[in-house]
Design a protein around this ligand. Structure first.
Ligand SMILES: Cc1cc2nc3c(=O)[nH]c(=O)nc-3n(C[C@H](O)[C@H](O)[C@H](O)COP(=O)(O)OP(=O)(O)OC[C@H]3O[C@@H](n4cnc5c(N)ncnc54)[C@H](O)[C@@H]3O)c2cc1C
Ligand SMILES: Cc1cc2nc3c(=O)[nH]c(=O)nc-3n(C[C@H](O)[C@H](O)[C@H](O)COP(=O)(O)O)c2cc1C
Length: 608
């Protein structure tokens, strides 16, 4: 279609759907003296009328006085806090409260002094660090320039994971700082663990109950409540996953590798579920029947004992076997369970472990529920046992494909968690499910977790440096597919590492082909066990320090994916060293250089 044809078609579409001159004048006259709130109300009314195709009943025109606004800020890394904040916003709006929902990265912390009511829903990332989007807000609020906030009422909902040392640290930081700045806490902060649904729901209901008298203006008539279709890219979400067809689990490490890494393919079919490179796929899984049976035998509880669990806000009945298979977390142990089991079993050793927070946390990481139960016998009722467990949570996997290349498929690179404990073979819940337990053609429940903090540069000419050892390679396979499809001219430099060249070079042929075609400008690999001394990706970065710095100076975006505990920290420190020596800066300046890259979204991490 030519440009002329396109504009002709656009014109006719616009004119057939808009008002004629007379109608437009009438509308302008009718709304001339409306306030912004009244305009918003009218817009909601008209939109509801057009969406419903019915007439919308109104009792009378609203008399509006200036309503106070409830500002809801979210700080989220992998989408949970964002999801909770949206639910709070929907419920508060439905209750008649004027709300604003804002990603904390789009909010100037200085503006807090102009607010009357603020809610913050914040997760914690790294080791007690704020999510990427909240770094600037956090630094400003906790810094000297933060304004006094005597007129602000607030409450904080903190999301975290009690297996981490700094549980809900970001939420705690915000809460304590707001209090210190003179703001009034409407409700005490609630710290939520990984199964946050019920705690976040209670907080939401209490906060709305607390604020509604203050925030709902008695004389503001509510817009007609009609459920409008929510503008989302897909009907599928964490709450409503897609049952997708499992296509393939293929081992991509060699026979003699110490690791078992799988290339997984899943078919999204004609679901309409789409993703961008940089996103993650959320995967629900059932626990292994063999493990459930071992656990029930260790507990001396029969599989068909009935238990009651709250699911989606409602109390439901299950056999304990079904509850352990599909509802509860049994491969990860929470520190709180260690304490519970220590008391139940009255084991001296376990009571000692439970008495120290750090020891309990470390013990929980290294022992599954069944290991505790086998080693320390206790007589516990089926209901008391399930009440002590957390709800199972879906696992996230960085997407390893681009839809431009694989269309309705989605690919993952999954490392099987497998180890021996006290002579017993133990597996990770989801990785074992994906690697070994789902058959081709079966369905898996999935959703896309969008991640705007891990995106290719919008300008295809921008160079990128990708650092992705082990399964950290996944999103970079997707990046290359996308750069290929876009015919991007920007240079691409990949750092990959693992244990050995012959056994662990994930997607080796693909990388070689990209090098041959010229799409991949450079590749540096580090195989730690192929020589006497260990060599890692950070060593390769150091070897090529001058080039790494030169790429950064010409605008390269830098990406790190994979292990958060050691690799990402070592890479971070190496980057500071490189910037310091190559840029002839002092440590503080080098740190600031990297910080600036991060806030300009030129240094992005997807680490776990
Ligand atoms: C944003 C994001 C992206 C991710 N991307 C990927 C990816 O691309 N590929 C990938 O493979 N993973 C990825 N992960 C990690 C993934 O989500 C899971 O955490 C991982 O697969 C383990 O889950 P699991 O259910 O198999 O194991 P779990 O059931 O969660 O873990 C089993 C338990 O075993 C314990 N354990 C593990 N190893 C040992 C050991 N040696 N000794 C004693 N105890 C042990 C653990 O502490 C844990 O308690 C990502 C995570 C995030 C947050
Ligand atoms: C890499 C990583 C680091 C984390 N670090 C912490 C931590 O230090 N403290 C904590 O309480 N929770 C930590 N968590 C748990 C998250 O805060 C928790 O999963 C939360 O629900 C995520 O919410 P979000 O999706 O909004 O980011 C971490 C999670 C990940 C993946």
């Amino acid at each position: 279609m030519s440009q002329d044809q396109l504009s002709l078609q656009q014109k006719s579409t616009i004119s057939s759907s808009s008002l004629d001159a007379n109608q437009l004048t009438m509308l302008q006259q009718a709304t001339a003296n409306y306030s912004s709130l009244q305009l918003a109300w009218a817009s909601g009314y008209l939109s509801a009328k057009s969406e419903s195709g019915q007439s919308v009943q109104l009792s009378s025109a609203p008399t509006v006085t200036a309503a106070k606004t409830l500002t809801i800020l979210y700080a989220s890394q992998t989408g949970n806090a964002k999801g909770v904040a949206s639910q709070v916003e929907q419920s508060a709006s439905a209750a008649g409260i004027n709300t604003k929902l804002i990603n904390i990265s789009d909010y100037k912390a200085k503006s807090l002094k102009n607010e009357t009511h603020v809610l913050i829903v914040a997760s914690t990332n790294g080791e007690g660090e704020p999510p990427d989007d909240a770094l600037e807000f956090h630094e400003f609020l906790l810094g000297k320039k933060a304004p006094k906030l005597p007129s602000l009422s607030y409450s904080v909902l903190a999301l975290g994971d009690s297996s981490y040392e700094f549980f809900c640290q970001t939420g705690k930081d915000f809460d304590e700082r707001l209090k210190a700045l003179g703001a009034k806490q409407v409700l005490p902060r609630v710290d939520c663990d990984v199964d946050y649904d019920s705690d976040s729901d209670s907080w939401k209901l209490s906060i709305i109950d607390n604020l509604k008298d203050e925030l709902i203006q008695a004389d503001v008539a509510l817009a007609p409540v009609i459920d409008l279709p929510v503008a989302t890219s897909s009907q599928y979400s964490k709450q409503n996953p897609l049952a997708a067809e499992f296509l393939l689990s293929q081992k991509i490490t060699g026979r003699d590798s110490a690791k078992d890494v799988r290339h997984i393919e899943i078919d999204l079919g004609d679901s309409g579920l789409t993703y961008q490179v940089g996103d993650a796929l959320g995967v629900y899984f059932d626990n292994d029947e063999v493990l459930v049976e071992e656990l029930l035998a260790a507990l001396n509880i029969s599989a068909d004992e009935q238990v009651s669990l709250k699911v989606s806000g409602e109390q439901q009945s299950f056999t304990i076997k079904d509850a352990l298979t599909s509802q509860l977390e049994i491969t990860q142990t929470a520190p709180a369970f260690v304490e519970f089991w220590a008391k139940q079993s009255n084991s001296e050793k376990l009571l000692e472990i439970a008495s120290d927070k750090n020891t309990a946390r470390e013990f929980a990481v290294n022992n599954q529920i069944v290991d505790l139960v086998l080693a320390n016998k206790a007589d516990v009722s089926p209901q008391a046992f399930v009440d002590a467990l957390r709800k199972v949570t879906p696992r996230l996997y960085s997407i390893a494909s681009a839809q431009a290349e694989v269309e309705e498929e989605v690919h993952l690179t999954v490392g099987l968690v497998s180890y021996e404990n006290n002579g017993q073979q133990r597996f990770g819940g989801a990785s074992h499910f994906l690697a070994n337990r789902v058959a081709e053609g079966q369905q898996v429940r999935v959703f896309v977790e969008h991640n705007d903090n891990f995106r290719l540069p919008s300008d295809n000419n921008t160079p990128v440096i990708m650092i992705g050892p082990g399964t950290g390679v996944a999103p970079f396979r997707a990046f290359m597919q996308q750069r290929d499809a876009d015919e991007a001219k920007g240079d691409n430099w990949m750092f990959f590492g693992d244990q050995t060249f012959t056994q662990d070079f994930l997607y080796q042929v693909e990388w070689q082909n990209y090098l041959k075609s010229g799409l991949l400008t450079r590749m540096d690999v580090a195989f730690s066990r192929d020589q006497a001394e260990k060599i890692y990706v950070q060593d390769r970065l150091k070897e090529h320090a001058a080039d790494v710095f030169a790429w950064l100076e010409r605008g390269a975006h830098l990406y790190v994916c994979g292990d958060a505990n050691k690799m990402a920290k070592d890479v971070h420190q190496t980057l500071i060293d490189i910037i310091e020596t190559q840029g002839q800066l002092n440590t503080e300046q080098a740190e600031q250089y990297l910080k600036d890259l991060r806030s300009n979204k030129r240094y992005q991490k997807d680490v776990y």
